[in-house]
Design a protein around this ligand. Sequence first.
Ligand code: FES
Length: 249
Amino acid sequence: MTGGNGTPVFISVAELGQRPDEDGPPIAGPASYPPEVTERLAADAATIIARYPQARSALLPLLHLVQGEDGYLTRAGIAFCADQLSLSAAEVAAVATFYSMYRRRPTGDYLVGVCTNTLCAIMGGDAILDALQEHLGVPAGGTTEDGAVTLEHIECNAACDYAPVVMVNWEFFDNQTPASARELVDGLRSGRPPEPTRGAPLCSFRQTARILAGLPDPRPKTPGGPGEATLAGLRVARERGMSAPEPTS
Ligand code: FES
């Protein structure tokens, strides 16, 4: 590519790839499930697949289903999904390795995700991640020896108005500090998991994966609705007469 005067123009391109604390391919673990496990999972899979006009559309929930069985994606899980959906293992792995919610290493009972994206970083997310790495004695991506906590460094949790945010099995713990985050993981490791700031009570990572697969959620329903921080921007917009542009066809 050249500029207007014929001189070369070099475009800096960021190298894309997996996050530093994320395992790459290949997917490991056992190659197949015992027959009774296959039978049990197939019954769950049939319920999920029946919701879709085309079976292959159920791939993402089925990946959660097998993650709920193993705590991460194994070769057995990939083969199971491929078999249920008449896909090749390569097609399933190609999808599975695209999404960071599907894990390639065994996961603790609680996946603790610390956001260090822009707003959380400004509000102290990096300090929280540093504090937890030191407190737990594992780097981001690692799991404590007791198998209770996997620490993860994650990007925006879509909860920037409550920054800095920590998620445990995808439930929110808002407005965290290094001290409160240390208390949080201590509670998880002691077997007395704290209540999230909002949303449903915590359950284990494997149970959470089954809920994400679309299977029944046994947790009590909790009252929802936007919080004060979420509504603040809307209030300011109304006070100033701001509105979103009309959609164009
Ligand atoms: S930047 Fe952390 S939730 Fe958005």
